[in-house]
Design a protein. Sequence first.
Lengths: 240, 323
Amino acid sequence: MSSPPDSGSPRFPPTRLSLVEALGSTDPIQRTPAYDVLIGIYWKPVCRYLEVARRFAREDAEDLTQDFFARAFDRGSLDSYDPSKARFRTFLRICLDRFVANAIERDGRLKRGGGLMAAPLDAADAGPAVDPEQLFRREWIRSLFDAALAAVAEDCRSRGKETQLAVFLAYDIEPAAEDERPSYRDLAVRFDIPVTQVTNHLALVRRAFRKEALERLRAVTASPEDFAAEARDLFGTDVQ
Amino acid sequence: MTPLDDRALDRLEDVARTTDLSHPRYQLGPLIASGGMGSVYQARDLLLERDVAIKVLRGLDPAPGLADRLGQEARILARLDHPGLVPVHDAGALNDGRPFYVMRLVHGERLDHHVTRAAPSLAERLRIFLKICEPVAFAHAQGIVHRDLKPANIMVGPYGEVLVLDWGIAKVRGAAPLPAGPATAVAPGGPGATGPGSVLGTAGFMAPEQAAGDADLDERADVWSLGAVLRELLRDLPGPPPRPVAGIRDRALAPSPADRYPDVTALTRDVGAYLDGAPVSAYRENPFERVARFAGRHRTAIGLIAAYLLMRLLLLALDRPPG
């Protein structure tokens, strides 16, 4: 517990307990994996949020992220989540803001100015405006999709579907700009397959990606309502 | 694998949001509308080279019964051939197994939006209302009750054509009832989407017996809903509606089905009668109102007669010998 994730694929709680129930469990068999799942998806967004939105130096951001999750684990500060008040993602960010405010007050090590800025975004010298909520959401999605993509890639390789994966990566992931995106015909020539197969390969891997992303979302949301709301936002659809 | 850059993330967000409409014949376009059961996309029919609309079951993991409902809706629309209903061209299943059906791409705006934007006169509103009633009466004649009539399910086209949409929870007389879907609450009133639930329909546009879960409801449930639509059509008029029109609305909205119009045809007959200046069954007028209505209905003839009589009086006066 309390270490940065080394892979994009967090483990999942062994039961159908909701994330919050598992986080609040007194049984370490439930609780520890739940925190691992939480950290697997939230570590990078939290760290990035502290670095960009709260303008901490990277080392400080990493230390604070570590401390935040360690404290949440020790004190159970995320157990009090109430699904009727906010999404879990928003709740976690609010907890993080409170934690940072307390840390700044408590710890003289985090000084304002120089390379150790901890200024709120609305400070006069904050530079280009960044909506903290939007930033945190985007980094959270990036982390979620990173994990889903890693799982899809692993699954494709294990099942001998390297070509399908390669077509997907070449079309949806690798192009640095829209005008560098290859046409289906380019991909067909490059991978020596019919154009119709490009469509099929893309559909197959995209479908697998959606499924993986949805499953990861289910694992890192705190309740069925939280999951439904996030899924509607992210997938534009209702899921049970 | 390196972390996703911003462009790849944007593309994956699109991938996540895009229905997997990989189908050899239809090329997916933008999302047009989203309801309780399905999402409607604009699409290109590559075979016939025309734009169409595709309704796809919402959700990657739909509740049991919803696929049956979508199929039933397609079959109902295919059975009902009427200019006030959207024709179905095709039906099938996507690669991921979700059912879809293809229909004509409808242009226009929702009834409530149309009324807000165009602010039609009372007579125009009543003529729109008659056009809404026509396909509903036609469906009733085929044994089909819509059960979810509301402004959000009615489209007004650029040439004044009116289409009644969303037959997803329609009841087919004599058919076994389909599962209600997930046990969610009834959708709130207003422009909201229909909520699938043990009681199907939309609060505010649902007849009392329908809200009470009556399984034996008949066409008069739609009469009530049409009354609610009429109520909405009359809502923002300057001043109260004329008494006969209010009487029509109130009879359609009678809490007991026995007190309502027995069918949509009777309702439209009253609305048509009002537009023609004839008496309506839902309102007993007093003698003054009867005279005023008569005068209004025959004002041209009365004007001509009055002019004729005035002229005769003038001629009589001029013909009288002096002294």
